[in-house]
Design a binder for this molecule. Structure first.
Ligand code: BGC
Length: 835
């Protein structure tokens, strides 16, 4: 859900004729849709290639160059270009497969093996049973006769084995062969190939982290491992370019790869249909592993190899005022800024490449439990030729690493604090090997921001959360403490924040274009709107594929009635996102979120998103339902491919890059799903129970960075509950935190349809009235959802509540209208519907 009933479903990669040469691309694009831009495809290829992570490269087995190479595994043809669901359902004009890409890159592909796979794949088309959420995690592998491998080894000196996986919306990865684990046929293929070849490279083409523990079983018989995140229509060619050496790999992991699934701190608390207890608290991903279980890490966060070597030298560490050395907090605000200059030199002789420099910060052991390291800054060099040097400047503000005291242990409840002591600063190329280059000292406890408690755990649902303890030998080990629970009255807070009503004037002939030109105020415009019109602005045009927007759209909001259009409010068309425009027409399929994040190259992501924004303009999309910004809390979450990382800084920076890029074209991005939408299982009913501290420091932090840095014009709430309240009803989340603390003034929309409920504090408010009170401005696509599924009508819960003495106020409805009309005004000059 939502099941795109009428949408012309996007073609899947396996159904497409393979592209055989670059020369074809322009004409394919031209035939499919002349508005598709070859420059976007070219940049998508660059981004997909930069997102490939080289995990192992023994004895320089890669690049392949022109060495004769036999490629095994059906995924070489049936390439997974993207995951499933709204985020991948793009009508894509073409998809490169790996074998075609390798040929294009000049690799001497063993054609005997290639032909065998081609024929087998043609005879065994992957099957989709057609129902939403039942897509295959893998395609059954061609059983490989070991003799084929031994025979191939007489012609080729290197083997490439390709393993593929996909998951998606309403489709978690599972702890089964063919999803998280290898199948027996895949193992047999690896056994046969590694027995026959002295040199074997494994390529994993997947949207999620899958088990790689089996690499240990093959020892040095597998010399190269490349994790290729789903890279969109150009992904196969991009991976081929990396294998061939045309583009050197410079991707870095945005998630920790643990030896076993059970090693992940979320493992016991993922997938329950009703409740997700975020017991690991702030110890998510590397924050857990580096603190408590470094030995359980197979490949650390931030890790990735290349084809060359780099010398990374810290040239200078100073504070914001340029003072070097160890600044205490006596230096004023500037002392909290840490500025690091790093010289990076390509010390290899052959390959031009890029390096990613990462800065991590530790924290003193104080009253609030702290992970051993947290990412504070990162930057990527330009392409450096052998011998070439680049100076990177990495800056962070220690105050951004303050911790939120949700229980008052420091004496400052509901405040971000820096506890006194030493904050070591580490610089390096992954979380594990980064070395200490400086120490920042905080002399006495600093209250960085005093806020008020919001979205805390319901006392009826208290749980024990992870904190930092010590074992007998003094080594850190997880300990448990009671999670702080809610103490504030939501009712009082809501009543305090009720907006004043703008006195209704009736129609005075003011049109929205008069507001755009400065000839009238927005309030004067809103004063004219009837209650009916205000209620219409609070919902979309009822169904997906609205006739008011481009065919195949996800829904339309704004000018959904004749009377609103007559006043100059135009219909605003939304489309999915994130990996391409989900429309009935052809659109570019771009690298998935994880692939983009693994580039660690925010400027490149921004550039790509800017071209994507231009494609939106050409195709009539106003709002791209992207970026997906939920945290990779658990490797099984089906939508991880759409999201970026287990780390909130990477998530926030990448999200901000996408928003800034898309919006540079005059349209809107729409970060989603706000918030804590970290599993697909029963996502519309699931309750994410999470401490206020973990919520703020991990799950909201990426959104906060994105909102503050890039000001998205639209933002989407999630389906799930957060501490017992559905996101689309969450006053604390949307009014107190997003709008109040972060200053967000854009338009907030729901995820598609919502769950009915009565406001527990205001029984005269139900459903849409309850939602509008939270300042979730627009129900999308607008219709009611019943047990039988989405309906093609809207409800009257807003007007019914408005009529009651203790119901929704007109002022609240006008406030929501202001947010919607602000979006319409920001997007484009108002079109005169009567002209
Ligand atoms: C998804 C959203 C998507 C929306 C519209 C929902 O099911 O969760 O991410 O944007 O549908 O297709």
């Amino acid at each position: 859900m939502p099941q795109p009933a009428a949408i012309e479903s996007g073609d899947r990669s396996h159904a497409l004729p393979p592209v055989e040469s670059v020369a074809q691309i322009s004409s394919i694009l031209q035939d499919a849709d002349p508005t598709l831009d070859p420059a976007l495809a070219a940049l998508a290829r660059q981004a997909a290639a930069e997102g490939v992570v080289l995990l192992r490269n023994d004895d320089g087995i890669l690049p392949l160059g022109d060495r004769p190479t036999a490629v095994f595994g059906r995924v070489q043809y049936d390439w997974f270009a993207v995951g499933y669901g709204s985020g991948g359902d793009v009508k894509v004009p073409y998809v490169w497969n790996l074998t075609a890409g390798l040929r294009d890159a000049g690799v001497a592909v063993d054609e005997v093996v290639a032909e065998q796979y081609r024929q087998w794949c043609a005879a065994h088309r992957p099957s989709f049973d057609g129902t939403w959420g039942n897509w295959p995690h893998h395609f059954p592998e061609m059983p490989l006769d070991p003799a084929v491998a031994t025979d191939a080894a007489t012609r080729a000196d290197t083997a490439v084995v390709v393993i593929g996986r996909a998951a998606g919306e309403a489709r978690e990865s599972t702890l089964t062969p063919g999803s998280y684990f290898l199948t027996a046929d895949e193992r047999a293929m690896l056994d046969a190939v590694t027995a026959a070849f002295a040199r074997t490279v494994v390529v994993v083409d997947a949207g999620n982290v899958m088990d790689l523990g089996w690499l240990a079983d093959y020892g040095d018989r597998i010399g190269g491992v490349l994790y290729a995140w789903q890279g969109g229509m150009e992904g196969g060619r991009a991976v081929a370019a990396v294998l061939a050496g045309e583009i050197a790999p410079s991707g870095r992991l945005t998630d920790t790869i643990a030896w076993r699934y059970d090693d992940y701190p979320s493992a016991g608390n993922f997938g329950d249909p009703d409740v997700g207890v975020y017991a690991e608290d702030v110890f998510v991903g590397y924050r857990y592993f580096e603190t408590f279980a470094p030995e359980r890490v197979q490949f650390p966060f931030g890790f990735g190899l290349g084809y060359t070597t780099f010398a990374v030298e810290v040239a200078e560490v100073s504070d914001g005022a340029g003072r070097r050395g160890e600044a205490g907090d006596a230096g004023g605000a500037d002392a909290e800024i840490v500025r690091i200059l790093v010289d990076v030199r390509n010390t290899g002789a052959e390959h031009a490449s890029k390096e990613v420099v990462q800065v991590y910060v530790g924290a003193p052991e104080g009253l609030l439990a702290q992970p051993a390291r947290r990412l504070a800054a990162f930057a990527k060099t330009p392409l450096l030729a052998p011998g070439e040097i680049a100076r990177l400047e990495l800056t962070f503000d220690l105050r951004d690493l303050a911790s939120y005291d949700d229980g008052g242990v420091t004496g400052h409840r509901s405040a971000y604090v820096l506890e006194p002591g030493a904050y070591p600063v580490f610089v390096g190329t992954d979380v594990r090997t980064a070395t200490e280059v400086a120490v920042r000292r905080v002399d006495r406890l600093r209250v960085v921001r005093q806020l008020s408690e919001a979205a805390a755990v319901d006392p009826a649902h208290a749980f024990a959360r992870m904190t930092r303890g010590r074992d007998g030998a003094g080594r850190p080990m997880p300990a448990w403490e009671d999670v702080p629970t809610r103490t504030v009255s939501r009712r009082a807070r809501v009543l305090d924040a009720l907006p004043a009503e703008i006195a209704p004037t009736g129609d005075r002939g003011i049109r929205l274009d008069n507001v755009a030109t400065g000839d009238a105020t927005l309030d004067a415009f809103i004063a004219q709107l009837s209650d009916d019109e205000l209620a219409l602005l609070a919902r979309g045009d009822v169904t997906m594929h609205s006739p008011l927007g481009a065919p195949g759209n996800a829904g339309v909001l704004g000018g959904v009635s004749e009377s609103l259009r007559e006043k100059g409010v135009r219909p605003i068309t939304t489309t999915d996102g994130p990996s391409g425009l989900r429309l009935a027409s052809y659109a570019s399929l771009l690298p998935s979120g994880t692939a983009l994040a693994s580039t660690w190259n925010a400027p490149l992501v921004r550039e790509l998103a800017a071209l994507h924004g231009q494609e939106m303009v050409r195709k009539g999309s106003d709002v791209l339902l992207s970026p997906g910004m939920n945290i990779h809390r658990d490797p099984l979450c089906g939508r991880n491919f759409e999201y970026y990382s287990e780390d909130p800084l990477v998530t926030g920076r990448m999200g901000a890059a996408v928003v800034a890029g898309v919006q540079s074209a005059g349209v809107s991005a729409c970060p989603k799903h706000f918030a804590a939408n970290n599993q697909e299982t029963n996502r519309t009913r699931h309750d994410s129970r999470v401490s206020e501290r973990a919520l703020r420091e991990i799950y909201l932090r990426g959104f906060e960075i994105c909102v503050r840095e890039a000001a998205p014009r639209t933002l989407m709430t999630s389906y799930n509950k957060i501490n017992g309240v559905w996101a689309h009803y969450h006053h604390d989340l949307v009014t107190t935190i997003l709008r109040g603390e972060w200053g967000y003034t854009g338009c907030v929309i729901t995820d598609w349809w919502m769950e009915d409920a009565v406001d527990p504090d205001f029984p005269d408010l139900a459903d849409n009235a309850y939602r509008v009170r939270a300042q979730v401005d627009v129900l999308m696509p607008g219709g009611v959802k019943t047990d039988a599924g989405p309906q093609a009508y809207a409800d009257d819960s807003i007007l019914a509540s408005l009529a009651r003495t203790d119901g929704l106020t007109r002022g609240e409805l006008q406030r929501g209208a202001r947010n919607v009309l602000g979006l319409v005004l920001a997007l484009a000059p108002v079109i005169d519907a009567r002209a």
